[in-house]
Design a binder for this molecule. Structure first.
Ligand code: PLP
Length: 393
């Protein structure tokens, strides 16, 4: 046998392991230090009670012969697809139920979707970026080009007509930068994709953090997007499903390559390689869209938003440049006093006992920047920002 040698081209994913090692060494040397972690991209608020009741109800149904469910439709139950379609309709986007595919989270489908595309395609990925986009393409041996996200474009790069790409990744609101594309900027990407017969893989995992009605939550709010974009979304950050696992992918019927429907290819791929998300999880996910469910998840989202505001207010006071924090749980700041990402990491850990994520870990353009997240507790966020003010003030 021969292995897929492309795996050997992957860079060691050392970022979070390296952070953990540095924190462990610091804790061992300073056992009394109260370390505040603001580097994690995982949620901390528990599942809301409406979702928990849904998990219990569905489990009880599974224990009775009359309501027991075996294999379900690979692409998800209609009740959840309908709730998602209704949610999109609220944002002015009409979806057919067969355009919605339920997944066990955005990460799996972001990787799996590449089954539909030839290895020869050229891929365009922003730098800095959520590392999954790069690594899944390296595994498939695809050529990756990077678009420069930087301070001068507010970490929201626009298409460069001289670059020819077939597969384009856009994540908005963005991880790690928290930057959000406006409708006009997104329209430029849609126009570029249509002109170049390219596909946009649009990651909207953080759409629920958008509060400004003028900012797009879905790429399908942009005219023409159904002909060129696939959208990936998730209940992970919206409703605390990081450990429960549920998401969805939209493949519009209007998206074709020549005569071939990508929706039909994806259906074929899913029905062949996937047996669906557990009924219990889908039932609970549908509860997110009930009146009570919406109110409850909004409380959690408001909690994170308040943390983000505590962080951005502090940075404003300190005169530190940043993106994000307004429609995103991530705040992406420029390291003060010209420090590199890792210098600032060490400085924060040693002087403030605060842990964040060095921007350099998300790509070359992240050097000199740093990610803080709003997923900590309010008490810890307040204390961390007091410490930051003290050490930088
Ligand atoms: N997309 C982005 C940009 C993310 O940051 C994450 C998780 O952190 C995911 C997708 C993965 O989400 P899921 O938990 O649905 O797999």
């Amino acid at each position: 046998m021969k292995i897929n040698a492309n795996y050997l081209n992957l860079k060691q994913s050392y970022l979070f392991a390296h952070i953990a090692k540095k924190v462990a060494e610091f804790s061992a040397a300073n056992p009394d230090a109260k370390i505040i972690k603001m580097g994690i991209g995982d949620v901390t608020r528990p599942l809301c009670s409406e979702v928990v009741s849904g998990l219990i109800e569905a489990s009880e149904q599974m224990g009775k012969a009359e309501t027991f469910k075996g294999y379900g439709p690979e692409q998800g139950y209609d009740f959840l697809k309908q709730s998602i379609a209704d949610y999109y309709a609220g944002n002015g986007v009409q979806l057919e139920l067969d355009e919605v595919f339920i997944s066990d989270g955005a990460k799996s489908d972001l990787g799996n979707i590449l089954d539909l595309f030839d290895a020869d395609n050229t891929v365009l990925i922003p730098d800095p970026v959520y590392p999954v986009y790069v690594d899944t393409n390296i595994m498939a041996g695809r050529k990756v080009l990077f678009m420069n996200a930087n301070e001068s474009n507010g970490f929201l790069p626009l298409p460069d007509e001289s670059v020819k790409a077939d597969i384009i990744y856009i994540c908005s609101p963005n991880n790690p930068t928290g930057a959000v594309y406006g409708k006009d900027a997104l329209k430029k990407w849609v126009d570029y994709a249509l002109k170049n017969a390219a596909v946009i893989l649009f990651d909207s995992a953080y759409e629920s953090f958008v509060t400004d009605a003028e900012l797009p939550r879905s790429i399908y709010q942009i005219e023409g997007a159904k002909k060129c974009a696939i959208e990936f979304c998730s209940f992970s950050k919206t409703a605390g499903f990081t450990g429960t696992r549920c998401g969805y992918t939209i493949v519009p019927n209007a998206l074709v390559s020549g005569e071939v429907s990508l929706n039909k290819l994806w259906l074929r791929r899913q029905t062949t390689k996937f047996n669906g998300v557990p009924y219990v999880v889908q039932y609970a996910a549908a509860k997110v869209f009930t009146k009570e469910g919406k109110a409850q998840i909004n409380e959690n989202l408001a909690y994170y938003r308040e943390n983000a505001k505590i962080i951005t207010d502090t940075l404003d006071k300190l005169g530190i440049w940043y993106t994000g924090g307004k429609h995103s749980p991530y705040v992406w700041l420029k390291c003060p006093n010209g420090m590199s990402s890792w210098e600032f990491f060490d400085f924060l850990l040693e002087k403030g006992n605060i842990v964040g994520t060095p921007g350099e870990g998300f790509g070359q353009n992240g050097e000199g920047f740093f990610r803080l997240t709003a997923f900590s507790t309010k008490e810890n966020t307040l204390e961390a920002m007091e410490r930051l003010t003290k050490i930088l003030g």
